[in-house]
Design a protein around this ligand. Structure first.
Ligand code: ZN
Ligand code: ZN
Length: 234
């Protein structure tokens, strides 16, 4: 009875809110029904670039990512990821990771993954935000997939903000920005690399290359969302 009352008080003080619109909702879920309707699920995205059918730009890019993602970066998902990254709603990672892990099982179900890791941040950025959102996603995904999680990558220098740069400059900006601190952790392993959003894929590609160079057998990627042509125009 007593714990029931505490639970009730906690519910009044910290009501469950939809990560998409901020409305108070009855159950602790990721998005309210209305926002969930507006979220665009990615059906069978291209594993090279993560984009939906008809938008594949693998030919244009000189890399392939082995990627999957549950959502297009549009509508309520943009709001939710924004709240997660900048609004201090760090608990959103649990919900996003559920969709990500599901997407991995669907697309890479036949792959024997050994380890989950994340896109790193510099120590300075982590201090500013208080957490690395990619590390939170990686930890939750690993738990859901029954795999170990290691922060194997380091970001060794500060880079310019990727979203302010053109596609060509993005790749240049990141060259040599990452390293692996302990190669024995990933040597011969099939690794799942987690991040929140895939935009051009330059960051994931650079991290992937760094892991492969350090001895990983293969690297797969999963993000919560992928920026698509249709979504970026709407
Ligand atoms: Zn909502
Ligand atoms: Zn593609």
């Amino acid at each position: 009875m007593k714990s029931g009352l505490l639970f009730h008080i906690a519910g009044l003080l910290f009501p469950a809110r939809c990560y998409g619109c901020g409305e108070i909702i009855q159950r602790r879920v990721f998005l309210c029904d209305n926002c969930l309707k507006k979220a665009e699920r990615l059906e069978n995205p291209c594993t090279g670039c993560g984009k939906p059918e008809g938008e594949c730009d693998c030919g244009k890019n000189k890399f392939t990512l082995n990627i999957t993602a549950p959502f297009a970066y549009t509508g309520s998902v943009v709001e939710a990821i924004h709240r997660f990254k900048f609004g201090g709603e760090r608990n959103a990672h649990a919900f996003l990771a559920e969709y990500m892990a599901e997407s991995v099982k669907e697309r890479f179900g036949g792959v024997e993954l050994d380890l989950v890791t994340c896109v790193p941040q510099t120590a300075r950025r982590k201090r500013q935000r208080g957490y690395n959102q990619s590390a939170l996603l990686a930890k939750s995904c690993a738990k859901l997939l029954g795999l170990p999680c290691k922060e194997a990558l380091l970001k060794t220098r500060n880079t310019k903000d990727q979203h302010k740069l053109k596609a060509k400059e993005r790749a240049e900006n990141l060259k040599g920005a990452f390293s692996v601190n302990d190669t024995s952790v990933i040597d011969g392993k099939t690794v799942l690399l987690c991040d929140d959003i895939k935009t051009t894929g330059a960051t994931l590609n650079e991290c992937r290359k760094t892991l492969l160079k350090a001895g990983a057998k293969e690297v797969y990627c999963v993000t919560a969302a992928v920026v698509t042509d249709t979504a970026s125009k709407s």
